[in-house]
Design a protein around this ligand. Structure first.
Ligand code: PMV
Length: 295
């Protein structure tokens, strides 16, 4: 989203979507495909012309954020306002959404109308400040919207949004640390490689069966079991996945790097699961997949 006025008085706006990984997290780091969906939650950034060094206008003591700003914005002359509806550190792509929003706002400031692909490339440079060596799935799906098959070294493929089911997100309330989890999986190789390969194959199976809730549910359940075998689940995430399955979800899996974060559940109707979660004191919400961004 770009401030149509483009004026200095209103500042320059950019928006980035959050995301969930439907299948293939961690596997995607090693060249296997992943399936990811942008969600309607996200982050908005407004840049304002200011004197002095570029800075975030409200106090935020995150050195990684400072590093991302230094990659994406000029060193001098901008104030940055950030407004986000995404939970932070839950595997829903908050850092990628922020970097996409910053990239869009900065490109708008330069008077450019970039394609989603250009936004994704610039945002990935910023997201490296957060996660070391991200695969790019988060920034790509955040910039492009919709549902994407993503594989390193291949063109991302947009898929039509699923019909006949929806997602419920259950939040463990615990932050996961993507960089540490990715390093943990690297240390567990080559023993975990068969699980990673299978997770990649499940991504393509899910891509081919996106409208079939029964198949998607089975894929979610197997993907969760594989991620647990890889070592990135936690007892809390296992509990949330079991809870979802026993309260109306056809399938459930952790989504994102793990070690905390969220579980996503595939449901025909979100009512039963949301009611049960609320009665059990769990944080859960229905989550809509965002439309693709215009080219
Ligand atoms: O940022 P998260 O927690 O959604 O994790 C991203 C997915 C990983 O595959 C674990 C890492 C990556 O760079 O693809």
């Amino acid at each position: 989203m770009v401030d149509s006025s483009g004026s200095e008085r209103g500042g320059w706006l950019g928006r980035g979507r959050g995301k969930v990984i439907l299948c293939g997290e961690h596997a995607v780091v090693y060249g296997h495909p992943a399936l990811a969906a942008a969600v309607t939650l996200g982050t908005e950034v407004r840049l304002r012309a200011e004197t002095g060094p570029t800075r975030v206008l409200e106090a935020r003591a995150d050195p990684r954020l400072e590093a991302a700003l230094s990659v994406l914005l000029p060193a001098e002359g901008l104030g940055v306002e950030i407004d986000s509806t995404l939970p932070v550190g839950r595997g829903m792509g908050s850092s990628a959404a922020l970097c996409v929003a910053l990239a869009r706002a900065e490109l708008a400031r330069q008077g450019r109308r970039p394609s989603p692909g250009e936004v994704a490339d610039l945002a990935l440079a910023g997201d490296r400040a957060f996660h070391g060596n991200p695969s790019g799935v988060d920034t790509t799906v955040s910039a492009m919207g919709g549902v994407l098959r993503f594989q390193r070294g291949a063109e991302p493929r947009a898929l039509p949004g699923p019909r006949g089911w929806r997602l419920v997100v259950l939040d463990s309330g615990v932050a996961g640390h993507t960089g540490a989890l990715v390093a943990q999986v690297a240390a567990a190789r080559p023993g975990v490689d068969p699980h990673l390969a299978r997770l990649g194959a499940l991504s393509d199976l899910a891509a081919a069966n996106l409208d079939d809730l029964g198949v998607i549910g089975e894929i979610f359940n197997e993907a969760h079991a594989r991620l647990r075998a890889v070592g990135v689940s936690t007892p809390a995430l296992d509990h949330l996945a079991d809870f979802a399955r026993t309260h109306g979800a056809v399938g459930a899996k952790l989504s994102g790097a793990g070690g905390g974060g969220v579980v996503i559940a595939a449901v025909a109707d979100s009512g039963d699961l949301l009611r049960a979660a609320s009665e059990a004191g769990l944080t859960a919400f229905a989550c809509d997949i965002a439309a693709p961004e215009p080219p």
